[in-house]
Write a protein that binds this ligand. Structure first.
Ligand SMILES: [Fe+2]
Length: 182
């Protein structure tokens, strides 16, 4: 997920930029490349009080971010408005909780999740994943030290749905639009 506001700093243009929509694998390649760029990763200001970010120029017009996570910082449950994406931990480690189920995107406020749909993975330094357009997850830093991660989405996020979670019940809380984080 992107942060809510951004200085819109563009620090780099991917040498792997190509025409056409980037695939999930290409987004993953890009964020791996970002995560391996020690100078870029080190340029991200870190704040113990909250997440920090810089916007990147991703391949094929994708939306890309480098994000810093102090211990305890997290996104809350959300989707990506139909965009696919990828992220890689560049420093530290992040935890991702996700749903192994495709949710209906419209027409509901609360949804009771079936047993067995929860997944959790720890993404240590240089670990990453790509995800499809229906992915619902939350990402947080459960470690004692700061984490930094690189994220890319295509198409640029048209909107995001935010959810709360009480046991098996997922509730749609809010829809966010690009104006709120651009
Ligand atoms: Fe996300």
């Amino acid at each position: 997920m992107p942060p809510r506001t951004s200085p819109r700093t563009s620090l780099r243009t991917s040498p792997s930029a190509r025409s056409g929509a980037p695939s999930a694998a290409e987004l993953l390649d890009f964020v791996r490349e970002v995560a391996a760029d020690a100078a870029l990763v080190s340029s991200l200001p870190l704040d113990p009080a909250g997440r920090t970010w810089i916007r990147l120029d991703g391949p094929g017009g994708c939306e890309a971010w480098l994000i810093g996570w102090p211990p305890g910082a997290g996104t809350g449950w959300h989707d990506h408005g139909g965009s696919h994406g990828a992220f890689v931990t560049a420093r530290g480690a992040l935890t991702e909780q996700s749903l192994a189920a495709r949710l209906p995107t419209e027409g509901w406020k609360t949804l009771e999740l079936a047993d067995g749909v929860d997944r959790e993975r720890r993404l240590a330094e240089r670990d990453g994943r790509a995800f499809g357009p229906h992915h619902v997850h939350q990402v947080f830093n459960a470690e004692a030290g700061h984490a930094v991660s690189a994220h890319a989405y295509h198409p640029p996020l048209p909107m995001m749905r935010r959810y709360s979670r009480t046991g098996p019940v997922l509730r749609l809380e809010q829809v966010e639009w690009p104006e709120e984080w651009a």
